[in-house]
Design a binder for this molecule. Structure first.
Ligand code: 44T
Length: 836
């Protein structure tokens, strides 16, 4: 019980009032008692209301009741979350934060809810605040790192580190301002850099707008730090919502912007500029006041390429995996695969840095000009979407499989100066990749590509090939008679099954398709991964069957041939592993595939591979809370195997993996297994400037004379994800070393800290430690996330303070596991002799 005689330490008036108000004191203490009673009875909603009342009436109890209040809040909001009362949930958090505005635990927890609901910007704000309040708070730190990548995208660092680009923009702006463009609007200001350039060049009025809250706040901080807070008016809004005179007093004479993505139009520059010309800019070419835009225009280039890496992420390339024939899978598409009736809501391209694609690429044509656009001509901008589809004939220069059209552009800042995002340039920019219908092109062929502009995207499609005077249509081609699957004709028997499956389900396969994420497609194409699972499962099955037989013999009980092994696959997304398990016979497999269409694919594959229908179930159809996932299907049956998906595509250990593993261990039958049983983290010391440039603004020098680095660098994250280690430009400074072991089967084998001593094999600056995993399905069978066919990328710890080493030096790596997050730090250099 709280000390009822505790004196409120507030002002005299409050004290007097409270003394004068015994009824109020009565209410407070009875409410406090009720709150505690409700908490005890697990009636969290009522407890929460009582606590609110108490703490609002008697803030003196805040210290005393803080822990219970938090606990109540978390329990109650968990309940609200589970029944979808989202508004109520956030109301509770807001009330809680009014009472405890500087409580990092509440801030962090509210951030987690916001993040789950998709409010990433707001979530990040909460994690950031929590972290500022308590910099060593691991939960907030981990959360902040996860969102920082979304918010302040990594290209900000690249752009600010790209001196060439900065200087070109600065010069173009300076020239325009000096030639009379006196009022400037920076659309999508980011850190505020272009707006500050305009001010520095002497513009009388500078306005800037920024859509993202995080970036807007950052721009305000940067502009203030550079002594320009009175001189640049920054608005937190999308340029399309701006009006004269509401937001800016009059039309401006110059718009500067770099709202372009790898496909040029993806950030909506066309729409923004049409709106700006109609509402925010002075008309062009008038004597005294002329409106204009930097950049003045762009030229878009394209090129056909062969690239295995792109192919395996966008098309099914194998006909069977782990003993299953895939012929009946139906058409599987990646979200950006080219189709004859493209879904307009989808982005038509993905982005890659061609020069960094593992396995490289082969150009099949010369680069061609796909489009020219003048940003200073509003009629041209408006006419873009109604422009006729342009057909381009491209002579094929090399034989190869057509996998994609790669696109890049030149951004003409003004008549003199331009930036290029081409694959050959020494820049950091990615290219846009349009995966297309596969076809083997030969020299002397002519590829016909259609270029159009729809829904503010540039769309490219390879439609036909001219060969020996004949036109072979690519867009109308049905890859295979039954399945739309390019590899199906390799196995006539399977094709027959597939046809049968189609008849049974009465599905029109050519019209119907299932969507897989690129990483899911690459996983499906990963033959070795599935083969490893297939063998490991087969081994376990036969061990368990032998064990059962022995038990039966021992007990004299007759063998029940209907006895089944139960296998649960809790992989995220699309997974064939349950089906592979079921294909071993006497197995009842549970899949966690959630999407209806993907479930249909699994059912079709079950039928065509002669797996009894009742041997495959969809677990999540019945269960949706996290802990429910791992509960067994019926009381008398324990799981023989539980398959956990332990590494995310981005190269990090999945969140809550270790918690899931300990739950899973409790649900296994004797002799049962978790797949994988163990994960070993491997890594290497490297020197890589590229990684530094992508993770923080480097160097002490101000950016174009402005102080920007310390502000944007608050969003530096120590772990770089989605890395292709095989093509990373870097020098290896050590051998590969084992960094950490996670044992999923034996909790007692785990530790949370490990010190690893690594010897440098050559001299250099250690700037990063790329890491990856060897995933052990059992003692003999393992898969590596670094392998050539892997659907996983790698991650790397980036050291903002590089460490100089000589060949032969030893360094100590402190590797830590907190929850499921691995972190690493380098602890100085040790002379060789110290280690003995
Ligand atoms: N492009 C680099 C930078 N925004 C991406 O919220 C350029 C990448 C690049 N704000 C190839 C070439 C290059 N009104 O913070 C963002 C965004 C904001 C707006 C207000 C609007 N209408 C918009 C539109 C976007 O602008 C900032 C920059 S946009 C992304 C720039 C050589 N690959």
């Amino acid at each position: 019980m709280p000390n009822a005689s505790a004196r409120p330490k507030h002002g005299r008036r409050a004290r007097r009032r409270r003394r004068e108000d015994p009824a109020r004191n009565e209410l407070v203490s009875s409410s406090l008692e009720s709150a505690q009673q409700c908490l005890f009875n697990q009636d969290y909603g009522t407890a929460f209301v009582h606590y609110l009342l108490v703490l609002n009436l008697a803030p003196v109890f805040k210290d005393f009741a803080k822990e219970s209040f938090r606990f109540t809040l978390f329990k109650w909001t968990e309940e609200l979350d589970s029944v979808g009362r989202i508004q109520d949930l956030f109301d509770c958090y807001e009330q809680a934060l009014e009472l405890f505005p500087a409580d990092e635990v509440i801030l962090n927890s509210m951030g987690e809810h916001l993040f789950r609901m998709g409010f990433r910007d707001e979530a990040a704000g909460h994690f950031h605040k929590a972290l500022k309040l308590r910099p060593d708070y691991p939960e907030a730190r981990e959360n902040f790192y996860r969102v920082a990548n979304w918010l302040v995208e990594r290209w900000h660092f690249l752009m600010l580190n790209d001196r060439g680009r900065n200087r070109k923009y600065q010069q173009a702006i300076q020239k325009a301002v000096q030639s009379g463009c006196n009022t400037v609007l920076d659309i999508g200001t980011g850190t505020g850099i272009l707006g500050m350039c305009a001010k520095k060049a002497g513009a009388a009025e500078v306005y800037a707008c920024e859509l993202s809250k995080t970036m807007y706040e950052l721009a305000c901080e940067v502009v203030t730090a550079n002594g320009m807070d009175g001189c640049i008016k920054i608005l937190h809004m999308k340029s399309l919502e701006m009006e004269v005179p509401k937001d800016i007093p009059h039309r401006v004479s110059l718009v500067v912007t770099e709202t372009v993505d790898a496909g040029l139009f993806g950030e909506g520059i066309i729409e923004s500029l049409i709106h700006a010309w109609r509402h925010l800019l002075l008309p062009p070419q008038e004597q005294s006041a002329t409106g204009r835009v930097i950049p003045a225009g762009a030229t878009v280039f394209g090129m056909a390429v062969e690239c295995l890496e792109i192919r395996r992420h966008h098309r099914l390339c194998v006909s069977e995996v782990g003993s299953l024939s895939l012929a009946a899978a139906g058409e599987l598409r990646s979200p950006v695969s080219c189709s004859s009736e493209p879904d307009d809501s989808m982005e038509p391209y993905t982005t890659e840095r061609l020069s960094r694609l593992p396995g490289g690429y082969k150009p099949l044509t010369e680069p061609f000009t796909a489009l020219n656009i003048d940003f200073n001509n509003v009629q041209e901008l408006e006419g873009l979407s109604s422009r006729e589809v342009q057909k381009i004939h491209l002579p094929v220069t090399q034989e190869g499989e057509l996998d994609a059209l790669a696109v890049w552009f030149q951004l003409h800042l003004d008549e003199e100066s331009s930036l290029s995002t081409g694959p050959q340039e020494d820049t950091c920019w990615e290219q846009a990749i349009y995966p297309v219908h596969s076809f083997l092109l030969k020299p002397l062929d002519e590829l016909i590509v259609e270029v159009s502009c729809r829904d503010a995207y540039l769309r490219l499609c390879s439609v036909a090939v001219l060969r020996d005077g004949h036109e072979i249509r690519l867009d109308k081609r049905v890859d295979s008679q039954y399945t739309g699957n390019p590899i199906s004709n390799q196995n006539p028997e399977a094709e027959l099954c597939s046809a049968l499956a189609c008849l049974q389900t009465n599905q029109n396969q050519t019209k119907d398709f299932s969507m897989l994420e690129c990483s899911e497609m690459a996983l499906l194409n990963n033959h070795d991964y599935h083969q490893s699972f297939c063998s490991a499962l087969a081994k376990l099955m036969s061990q368990l069957k032998v064990k059962w037989q022995n038990q039966e013999r021992g007990s004299g009980v007759q063998s029940d041939s209907s006895d089944l092994l139960y296998v649960l696959d809790v992989s995220e997304g699309f997974s064939l592993l349950s089906l592979i398990a079921a294909s071993h016979g006497h197995v009842k497999a549970y899949s966690s595939v959630e999407k209806k269409k993907q479930q249909e694919v699994l059912k079709r594959l079950a039928r065509s591979n002669n797996i009894p229908e009742q041997h495959l179930e969809f677990w999540l159809n019945h269960v949706d809370d996290e802990h429910g996932i791992l509960q067994r299907p019926s009381r008398e049956k324990l799981w023989s195997a539980i398959i956990l998906d332990c590494v995310e595509t981005c190269g990090l250990i999945r969140q809550k993996l270790m918690e899931k593993a300990s739950l899973a261990r409790c649900l296994l039958e004797e002799g049962g297994r978790i797949f994988p049983e163990k994960i070993v983290v491997h890594g290497m010391l490297v020197e890589s400037d590229t990684l530094l440039l992508e993770s923080a603004v480097q160097g002490q020098e101000p950016t174009l004379g402005f102080n920007i680095a310390p502000f944007i660098n608050q969003f530096t994250v120590p772990v770089h994800v989605f890395l292709d280690f095989s093509t990373l430009e870097c020098r290896h400074l050590s051998e590969c070393v084992e960094l950490f072991v996670l044992d999923l089967m034996d909790a007692t084998a785990n530790y949370t800290n490990r010190e690893v001593k690594v010897q440098a094999t050559s001299a250099g600056r250690i700037t990063a430690i790329p890491f990856w995993y060897h995933i052990y399905l059992d003692q003999e069978i393992s898969v590596s996330t670094l392998s050539k066919n892997s659907h996983w990328k790698q991650a790397a710890v980036v050291l903002q303070q590089p460490l100089e080493v000589q060949a032969g030096d030893w360094v100590r790596l402190a590797v830590k596991l907190h929850k499921s997050t691995i972190s690493m730090s380098i602890h100085g250099r040790t002379a060789t002799e110290d280690l003995g």
